[in-house]
Design a protein around this ligand. Structure first.
Ligand code: URA
Length: 451
């Protein structure tokens, strides 16, 4: 079949064979099909969808378009977690070292920020000297030795996705369940993992705004990953309020570091970690699911207990430092930066104008502010300013008095920082009665153990 026939078949609601999808992906990578025909096919898929078999065929062809990893036999299971992206979503940063401390190997291949959602690579690169482009051999050696590495996609890892994602971004075809499924899972399957937790974000600051669409994406990824032999759980989690106490690249690294230090120095449930209840819950749930999926805990209660015992010990903080140092970070410069109040030229505070309880902090507004200060990207080729963002965010459910700090804005100059602070005021709602936040886990989509 040629490209025109593929397009016509999908345009008319037909089904392409495994061989067609393999030929299509080969043509994409070899550059033998023009961008306008790839885009037309993507648009046809956007409107017509793909059958489960087609989604699987496309995903596997994409996975095989580049290098795939295999891991030496070892008692430590190879696992990962993937989030569809949010505001203040720094879960991967403490989770990777925690999982290594729990005895897993974590070859985490992460993405960059786009739009209002942050990217783990941009966050890590805000640490002096820290590299996210490692040669594959160095990546594998680090995972074997340290237990975890967080790196970016290289030219030879799922090259089909690089090309297809860029065209989807330019043609309005990103929000398609089968295309997101194939894009995310092709990269996760190339990592050679045996268990995976998917964190599908849902809410006003997520790709998927409602439970129906988040659930459809979660089901699609769960079914396919499981069919490919990866033990998988999908969680649908709330993305209405920023996660943790900061949003913005450097500020999220600092937030993560402070969280790990607070955990190392306290006990579960202590006041020291109260501002990170949402982050703690997400980290614990993801790690506990991986313990259960790999048979290292009998049930979720036992798994959570194991995870908390490890999280509230010095070990994850030690692995975090070791991971960063192995990726080239200058730990002395990192400590000096952590000791500074800000790396940005200007800081401005936002205060409560009345007494009451915080009932809302709109993550979409916070994400837009960070992006517009230069902390995020409008287009994939934009650069980011790692210094800017928002920190010391009060959490929904906290009591405040008139004049109390609600958050701070870190900006590139006085004018933009002042304007951002005025916008940030509108993200908060203060009410007269206490609202108990429901917790971030909305839906455990599938507790499926394959094999
Ligand atoms: N993240 C990806 O890697 N791919 C998508 O299609 C969407 C989010």
């Amino acid at each position: 079949m040629n490209a025109l026939a593929w397009i016509e078949t999908k345009r008319d609601g037909g089904v392409l064979s495994d061989a067609d999808w393999r030929a299509f992906v080969r043509a994409v990578v070899e550059g033998t099909v023009p961008d306008y025909q790839i885009s037309a096919l993507l648009m046809a898929v956007y409107f017509r969808g793909l059958s489960e078999a087609e989604t699987a065929a496309l995903t596997l062809a994409m996975r095989d378009s580049g290098r795939t990893f295999t891991w030496p036999g070892d008692s430590r299971p190879v696992v990962d977690k993937h989030s569809t992206g949010g505001v203040g979503d720094k879960v991967s940063l403490p989770l990777a070292p925690l999982l290594a401390a729990l005895g897993f190997r974590v070859p985490m291949i992460s993405g960059r920020s786009l739009g209002i959602t942050g990217g783990t690579l941009d966050k890590l690169e805000s640490i002096p000297g820290c590299r996210t482009r490692l040669p594959p051999e160095a990546f594998q050696a680090q995972v074997q030795e340290v237990g975890c590495a967080i790196v970016g996609q290289t030219e030879d890892l799922v090259p089909a996705d690089r090309k297809l994602y860029a065209l989807r971004d330019a043609t309005g075809t990103v929000p398609s369940v089968p295309l997101i499924t194939s894009s995310i899972l092709s990269k996760k399957l190339a990592e050679g993992i045996e268990a995976l937790v998917l964190d599908v974000k849902c809410g006003r600051a997520a790709f998927m705004r409602d439970l129906d669409s988040a659930g459809a994406l979660a089901h699609s990824m769960l079914r396919l990953a499981t069919a490919c032999g990866v033990r998988t759980t999908a969680l649908v989690t709330a993305m209405d309020h920023p996660i943790g106490r900061a949003a913005g690249n450097w500020l999220e690294v600092k937030d993560t570091h402070e969280f790990l230090v607070a955990c190392a120095e306290s006990r579960p449930g202590s006041d020291r970690t109260a501002g990170w209840n949402d982050l703690e819950r997400l980290v614990v749930e993801c790690a506990a699911h991986l313990l259960r999926l790999t048979g290292r805990a009998g049930g979720m209660d036992e798994a959570r207990e194991q995870v908390r015992a490890c999280l509230y010990s010095p070990e994850p903080l030690r692995v975090w430092r070791r991971m960063l140092a192995t990726q080239g970070a200058d730990l002395d410069a990192f400590e000096r930066a952590l000791g500074r109040d800000t790396l940005a030229p200007c800081v401005r505070e936002v205060h409560a104008v009345e007494d009451g309880w915080v009932t809302d902090c709109d993550a979409r507004i916070v994400g837009e502010i960070v992006r517009d200060l230069g902390g995020g990207r409008r287009k994939a080729e934009d650069s980011v300013d790692a210094r800017v963002g928002v920190d010391r965010l009060v959490k929904v459910g906290e009591k405040v008095h008139r004049g109390d700090l609600l958050a701070r804005v870190h900006g590139p100059d006085a004018e933009r920082t002042r304007a951002a602070a005025a916008r940030l005021e509108k993200a908060f709602r203060i009410g007269t009665s206490r609202l108990h936040p429901a917790g971030p886990i909305l839906w455990e989509v599938g507790v499926t153990v394959s094999r």
